[in-house]
Structures are given as structure tokens and as C-alpha cells.
Design a protein around this ligand. Sequence first.
Ligand SMILES: Cc1cc2nc3c(=O)[nH]c(=O)nc-3n(C[C@H](O)[C@H](O)[C@H](O)COP(=O)(O)O)c2cc1C
Length: 171
Amino acid sequence: MHYFRPTLFEHIRESATRLLSGGFLLTAGSGSSFNVMTATWGAIGYLWERDVALVVVRPQRYTFEFLRREPSFTLSFLPVALDEVLNICGALSGRDTDKVKEAGLTPVELSPGVITFEEALVAIVCKKLYDADFINPDAFVDPTIAETFYPQKDFHHLFIGEMVEVMGRYY
Ligand SMILES: Cc1cc2nc3c(=O)[nH]c(=O)nc-3n(C[C@H](O)[C@H](O)[C@H](O)COP(=O)(O)O)c2cc1C
């Protein structure tokens, strides 16, 4: 039993773009085997005649393993009052902590392999379309980006998902 209903993508297109920079929960996995992390870097757009979400994840994240393995992932947007959840899920690793418990999140499996949380206002369900290394260190036109963000050379990996469903939480 959960309280999510399909929402028209048109209703949230603008707010989702704005919300991305405010942080969201990126989740992949199924049943009790899933992981969630905070993310802010990414984009929502239109590609290959599909509405898509792009997320970039460093290879050392535990969530990275789930994203590589699973056919779907979700972006879950929380109310501002729950910003602390983003801090927790962006500081702890699911590799060695139960951060879902630490953050007080309640997982909801919307369909097999599609997990969000009761606490979210909106969840975007993405079907993975593209999964690749995308950074060529020689391609930075502004070299300070590489120096600032990749001193360890842990370049982000790109996942592009088709936004197949947008679920809004109704009370
Ligand atoms: C506000 C915020 C935004 C973040 N955005 C990203 C991101 O876009 N990509 C990324 O790889 N890590 C990002 N992180 C870092 C991960 O959330 C963090 O390393 C997390 O502990 C990884 O958890 P995991 O090992 O369980 O996957 C962000 C952290 C915070 C606090």
C-alpha cells in the first residue's frame, strides 16, 4: 500500500529541472537489495525522441554498482523540510551503513525493481538507456574543471534514463 499516483510529466517539467540542483535521491535495486545516494549533478532533457534524465556518478559510490546492474533507477524529490535526509544520504555509504534507517526513510517498491520512499513528493522512474564513461580528460576546454573536480581522476560515469513514469505523492 502506498500513496503514489501517475502525474503528467508536463506538470513537473519545470520544477524538476529546478529541483535537480537542490538535490535528490538516486536509487537503484529491488526488494531489500537496493541502494540510495544523494545527487545534484545531472540534467533533464530530450534525446532520441524521449524525455530523459542524465545522472553522473563517480565509480567509488556503492550506488554505482546498482546503477550498472539494474535496468531502472529513480530520482526522488523530497520536501525542503527533509534536507537533512539529503545530507545523510550524501555523507554515508550503503556499503557500510544502513543509511535508509539512519535517514528515517521508508522504502516503497512501486513495481519490481523500482524503489522510492514514502517521504518523497515526486519520484521519476527511469529506464536505463545509456551507461558509459563519458569524460575524456583531454576534452576540457576549461582545464580548471578537471583540476578542481577530478584531482583523483575519479571521473563521473554517465547514466541516461528514459523517464517512463512520474509519480506524485497524494495524501
Ligand atoms: C548535495 C550532494 C550532492 C551529491 N551529488 C553527487 C552526484 O551528483 N554524483 C556523485 O557521484 N556523488 C554525489 N554526491 C556524493 C554521494 O551522495 C555520496 O558519496 C554518498 O555517500 C554515496 O553513497 P553510496 O556509497 O551509498 O552510493 C553528492 C553528495 C551530496 C551531499
